[in-house]
Design a binder for this molecule. Structure first.
Ligand code: PLP
Length: 412
């Protein structure tokens, strides 16, 4: 195979069935944005929708907007729009609160109906909010035990004492992806339930929660869904589990009749009971706009493009001879990873700072990982080519200048 040229990449962009999607995004012209896995880019639709909700609805119709513009139903309305992206039935998804809070809501509600089982299992090295939240729950309910195990030990750790397994589908550092249907099956065989954190999956990886009969899921809307910084998150409960899952965070808007203002709590049916307080309408407006970009898209097309971009990145890094300094810290097999790549570099922090100063925005994760995300809706093949050229340049500069000598001194 010959070297891949920039022209080859231009041709790939011409043939790209998703190429027109880039126009939906407001992107700075001097930036190659490889951090959409952490904060998705702004869509024109989101900007427009926030403006409209602010001036026409809030400004014009004031409190009438709760009914007139359906503000009160936003958690369910947006849940219905996210449902097809995760393979869920329309009414099984609710948008509310943050991923961290939703994780607590589901885990604490599951703890109420755990019977004699005491154990929650999660992966050691999971995104920290997951174990932190579970540690908080275990502190509140003293007979619950949180067990953190290595990835490969999850299968044999789930036993008759386990009521809940909490796993992140695509790992935030390595991008390693669990086989969601087979892990779900394994957990079910032990009589336990599974809660999937889909933060690094939704909007980039096809998901079918219903087919897998997954029990619970939560996920983030400001990463590949582009819902805006701190966008409300989603939660999913499989339909047949909904009526027995009693909320612990039993807020007034999860009440069966919130506007009766009764003294005692009585849960609404379905997902509505997991609402707590008043929804942040402007944040919902941004997410509402952002989700319109996904309408009618095939998740398979997004996945194909994301795989193509990440494969291209790896090939170009190898062809540029950077493989000795940049060690791929993600699975080499694209089918085993999500939509980002991590590379270990002994001076990763400095290198990432230099890339960012030249307009290539990825991020750094301690201790030594450079992380690059491939958002399939707005990145082009030429962006990957240009990014690797700049990366090649900066690695060369690092070798020739202070960075390399400082690192050498540290080794000797
Ligand atoms: C990004 C991310 C979160 C974010 O949680 P917040 O409550 O929005 O801060 C949670 N879990 C995982 C796995 C993530 O990657």
């Amino acid at each position: 195979m010959g070297a891949i040229s920039r022209q080859d990449c231009e041709r790939l962009d011409v043939d790209d069935p998703l190429s027109s999607m880039r126009a939906a995004f407001q992107l700075p012209s001097d930036t190659i944005y490889l951090d959409g896995n952490s904060l998705g880019a702004l869509t024109y639709a989101a900007a427009h929708r926030v403006q409209e909700v602010m001036t026409r609805q809030w400004g014009g119709d004031l409190i009438k907007s709760w009914n007139l513009h359906g503000w009160i139903d936003l958690p369910a309305t947006l849940g219905r729009r996210i449902a097809p992206l995760i393979g869920a039935l329309a009414d099984d998804v609710l948008v509310a609160d943050s991923t961290s809070v939703n994780l607590f809501k589901i885990a604490s509600a599951a703890a109420r109906s755990r019977g004699a089982r005491r154990k929650i299992i999660t992966e050691r090295g999971n995104f920290p909010t997951d174990p932190y939240i579970l540690q908080g729950l275990a502190g509140l309910v003293p007979d619950i035990e949180l067990v953190q195990v290595a990835r490969d030990d999850i299968g044999r750790s789930v036993d008759e004492n386990t009521f809940l397994v909490v796993l992140t589908h695509v790992h935030y550092q390595s991008a390693e992806m669990f086989d969601l249907p087979s892990i779900t099956r394994l957990v079910h065989q032990a009589g336990a339930k599974i809660l999937w954190d889909l933060s690094h999956s939704v909007g980039a990886v096809p998901l079918d929660l219903a087919a897998a009969r997954a029990d619970f899921a939560v996920g983030c809307c400001y990463k590949y869904l582009n819902g805006g910084p701190g966008a409300p998150a989603f939660m999913y409960v499989r339909h047949d589990l909904q009526e027995t899952l009693e909320p612990v965070l039993s807020g007034w808007l999860g009440h069966a009749r919130p506007f009766d203002f009764q003294d005692d709590y009585s849960p609404a049916s379905g997902m509505t009971r997991h609402r707590c307080g008043t929804p942040p309408v402007l944040a919902f407006a941004a997410l509402d706009g952002a989700l319109s970009v996904f309408e009618g898209l095939e998740m398979k097309a997004l996945r194909d493009k994301s795989v193509a971009l990440s494969e291209l990145f790896i090939q170009l890094v190898e062809a540029a001879g950077l493989g000795t300094e940049l060690a791929l810290a993600s699975p080499r097999n694209a089918m085993q990873r999500g939509s980002h790549l991590s590379f270990a570099h002994e001076d990763g922090y400095t290198l990432m700072q230099r890339l960012i100063s030249r307009g290539v925005i990825g991020d750094f994760r301690a201790p030594n990982l450079l992380r690059f995300g491939f958002a399939p809706l707005y990145l082009r093949h030429v962006d990957i080519w240009d990014a690797v050229e700049i990366l090649r340049d900066e690695v060369r500069r690092w070798r020739e200048t202070g960075g390399a000598s400082i690192a050498r001194m540290a080794v000797t």
